[in-house]
Write a protein that binds this ligand. Sequence first.
Ligand SMILES: [Ca+2]
Ligand SMILES: [Ca+2]
Length: 85
Amino acid sequence: MNRLLTLLAVAGICSSAAFAVTAQAGEKLKELPAFSQLDTDADRHISADEAKAHEWLSKNFSKADTDQDGRISQSEYLALVKMKQ
Ligand SMILES: [Ca+2]
Ligand SMILES: [Ca+2]
């Protein structure tokens, strides 16, 4: 089933569909909450667990964690938000 869907997607996707996906990603980025909303234990870092509250952030956690210390600092979060705007 997945294979069929993939084939259909490859055959059927046109540039407007690709554009729609990009636009959808943009929508999700707009929904990035304030740092303090994600930092629920207020230790000034977003842990991997805290990032799970936001699907996109969770998926991009390692990208956001630029110093690779396993958590996102406020400056890392702001850099991520700016980069994606
Ligand atoms: Ca925290
Ligand atoms: Ca970090």
